[in-house]
Write a protein that binds this ligand. Structure first.
Ligand code: ZN
Length: 280
């Protein structure tokens, strides 16, 4: 008896799961896309790169401004820790002072915000990977800025003769933690090279969404299931609009279909070298 009820419960659970899956499937199919065609003359490689540079410029300018603010915050942290300056609010809160910690927190916020903008700029206008060192430095400039924004403070704190050991230790630990956090946020874990971007710049029809950063080769790509409004155009137009990468799922599917196509396509290629020469 107990066994039967157990089985019945299992069956009911299975049915419920199947029903949920079916419901999900129909929901998936419910989305009908609307297409906004984005026209654009086919442009050359140089024009395309000029467009991506223009897209990235505001991000890069704001990144540098934020990084300058970060280093200014570090300078204040140093001056406050070494008692060169003091900000006191004596009106409402007598004796309350801005601690070096506030400056280090601001330093961290400015570095991370700057690095996120810098990385966004690099994804809109990727660097060439011809020179590997330059490519790494360009993508991870934020990591170098992180070091500049915290290492001098750490060195000055540790070598400060006037401070006691406890406050030196606290300040150094806080700044090292901030340096590590800033470095992790600044490192580009998924860099894009100009070469990778240009490889996919000549696809005739691709699709993209307003908010995404990639373009899709197929409008029934699973990543587009929840998006109604799609933009449609050539891949170079997508790149001009800030969608600089081909979606990984679509890329894998295109490769798979090309492989399958290579097997089934009849081998009767009518184009001979003479034809090609005549066409020139
Ligand atoms: Zn896709």
């Amino acid at each position: 008896m107990a066994k039967n009820s157990n089985d019945a419960a299992k069956d009911a659970a299975k049915k419920a799961l199947a029903a949920a899956a079916a419901k999900k499937e129909t929901e998936k199919k419910k989305v009908t896309h609307t297409y906004t065609e984005v026209g654009g003359q086919s442009i050359g490689k140089e024009e395309l790169l000029a467009a991506t540079r223009k897209n990235a410029l505001p991000y890069r300018i704001f990144a540098v401004i934020l990084w300058v603010l970060a280093i200014a915050a570090e300078v204040f942290a140093i001056l406050i820790f070494t008692h060169k300056i003091e900000f006191s609010f004596t009106v409402e809160n007598p004796g309350w002072t801005i601690s070096w910690i506030v400056c280090i927190v601001l330093d961290l916020i400015f570095v991370v915000a700057g690095s996120l903008l810098w990385k966004k700029g690099n994804h809109l206008d990727p660097a060439s990977k011809k020179n590997k060192v330059r490519f790494w430095l360009h993508n991870n400039l934020g990591v170098i800025v992180s070091v500049i924004a915290f290492a001098p403070f750490i060195i000055i704190v540790l070598t400060d003769k006037n401070a006691d050991k406890k406050s030196k230790t606290i300040a150094a630990v806080v700044a090292v933690a901030a340096l590590v956090i800033a470095g992790l946020f600044s490192y580009d874990w998924n860099p894009l090279s100009q070469q990778e971007m240009l490889e996919n710049a000549d696809i005739e029809t691709v699709y993209w969404t307003a908010s995404g950063t990639v373009f899709h080769a197929y409008d029934d790509c699973s990543h587009l299931n929840n998006t109604v409004e799609l933009f449609k155009g050539t891949s170079s137009t997508a790149i001009e609009n800030g969608k600089t990468r081909l979606c990984k799922t679509c890329e894998a599917r295109a490769l798979r279909e090309a492989e399958e196509g290579a097997v089934t396509v009849p081998s009767g290629n009518t184009e001979t070298p003479e034809d090609t020469a005549a066409a020139d």
